[in-house]
Structure formats: C-alpha cells, structure tokens
Design a protein around this ligand. Structure first.
Ligand code: ADP
Length: 248
C-alpha cells in the first residue's frame, strides 16, 4: 500500500446557496493512491463537495489544494480537469453507436465534439493504453461491439475506462453501483480496488454493503461537514452516525 501524502486537501470550506450552508466548514484530506468512500444522507453536501473539487462550484471561503502545488480555487474547470481530476457522474454517458474500442479512443481527444479519425491513425501508445484499459474494465471481448448493446454495468465500466484513458491522478465516482446486479457490483469492487495505489479514487455511494467491500476509510458527511471518519466498523458504530441515519 504505497502512499505519498495528500493529493487533495480541503480546509474550512464553506458554500452557501441563498443563505443556506450546503457546505459548512468542510475539512477533508485524500491521500495519494487511496480509495475513499463518502457516505451521508440526502442533502449532506456530497454532490456540492464534488462540484467544488472539479471547479463547477466556487466556495465562499476555505482552501482547496491538489497536491502541494495547485490551488484549485485559482483554476477553472478545464484547467482542473487537465491536472488529472476525472469525474464519473451517476448515469453512464457512452457513445452508443460507436464500438467499445472507439469510445476509448474518443476519450483520448480533448474535444469531445469531434469524432477522431478512428483506428487508422492510432499511435502505438494509444493502442497499448486501450488494450490495457479494456483488460482493466473486463471488456476486451466486447471491444468491437457497439456500446449501445452493453449491459448497464458494462456501460458504467466503459465510462470509467474512458476516464482512465487519460491516466487521471484522482477519480471522482458518483454512485457507481446504482442499478447493478450483485455480480456487476462485485466486478465494480474489483475494478475500483485495482485502481487504488495507481490513482486516488473517491466514491460517493449509498449501498453500504458495497462501501464495506471496497473502503478502508469512510467519510460520513452531514449538513455540509464531516460527521465521522474511519473504518466502516468505526463509523457504523458511532452514535452520531447512527442517529443521522435513523433520522433519515
Ligand atoms: P447530496 O449530494 O449529499 O445529496 P447536495 O450537495 O446535492 O447533497 O446538496 C446539499 C444541500 O445544498 C441540499 O440541501 C441542496 O438542496 C442544496 N443545494 C445544492 N445545490 C444547490 C443549488 N445550486 N442551489 C440551491 N441549493 C442547492
């Protein structure tokens, strides 16, 4: 388990929408190579937290650093993305008419509105990375098939694969197993745990069984700040956490 200090650092971050504090003095540190799960009831601020990291929402106060050198509050969304911060939203958005392989190829081009000259002009490096990612997401056998015929779970993996093409340093993943079968959930757990160490992964998830299967450290958000942090056993036996979840 190789760790090299924090990759993401949020200190005393506050965001208000019309006077309502969606994020209220949030302090969060994600270590390089770690796989962290964020849980919390609806409205706890999980989405807003991700929006702050990616630059979609600007905090009113606080600090957000990527590594020790990049002050994310001075950067816009494309600049933050180019540091190697990738975000996977809950619903899969793959290009259904293109093959699995072409979807991964497309993920290498910066401008998503332009379909690249597919396959013919691929450099060896890109081809190698596609093969590598196909193996990671367990879709090598489906690479020539249109993405539209994949199962829901396979589409989710393909989209994670598209993010992996750029070799992100931090991957933010929103509810990856919603709507998945048990078997797809197991494969997703394998995929996400296999990424940890190579990149940092932050997963927002409601399925506690899934969280338990992947996370070493779980952060519980409540009313815009950290209510508890620790192993799944630690946070699940924390009276404050029990109260918040029973009250939902
Ligand atoms: P979660 O993802 O944990 O369910 P959110 O980050 O979506 O929580 O929301 C936190 C709180 O902030 C909620 O009460 C929500 O209604 C509010 N909120 C989020 N975005 C906005 C917005 N753009 N305008 C007003 N209120 C918002």
């Amino acid at each position: 388990d190789v760790r090299h200090g924090p990759i993401l650092y949020m200190e005393d971050v506050t965001v208000s929408f019309d006077g309502f504090r969606a994020i209220d003095n949030l302090n969060l540190t994600i270590d390089d190579g770690e796989l962290r799960c964020i849980i919390g009831p609806n409205g706890a601020g999980k989405t807003t937290m991700m929006d702050i990291i990616t630059g979609k929402t600007r905090p009113d106060t606080g600090d957000v650093w990527f590594g020790s050198r990049h002050d994310l509050l001075t950067m816009n969304e494309p600049e933050i993305a180019s540091l190697g911060i990738g975000r996977k939203f809950q619903k899969p958005t793959v290009f259904e008419a293109l093959t699995v392989f072409e979807n991964l190829e497309l993920a290498m081009t910066a401008d998503k509105r332009v379909i690249p000259t597919l396959t013919a002009r691929l450099t060896g490096d890109v081809r190698d990375r596609i093969e590598e990612v196909l193996t990671m997401i367990q879709l090598a056998d489906q690479q020539a098939q249109p993405a539209g015929i994949l199962s829901h779970g396979q589409k989710q993996w393909l989209e994670i694969g598209m993010l992996l093409m750029q070799r992100p340093r931090l991957l933010l993943v929103d509810e990856p197993v919603a709507g998945m079968t048990e078997q797809e959930m197991e494969r997703t757990a394998e995929l996400l745990t296999s990424l940890a160490g190579k990149q940092s992964v932050v997963v927002v998830e409601h399925d506690m069984g899934f969280v338990r299967s992947i996370a070493r450290t779980v952060t519980v958000l409540h009313q815009g700040s950290v209510l508890a942090e620790g192993s799944m056993d630690q946070v699940q036996s924390d009276p404050r956490v029990i109260e918040v979840y029973l009250g939902e």
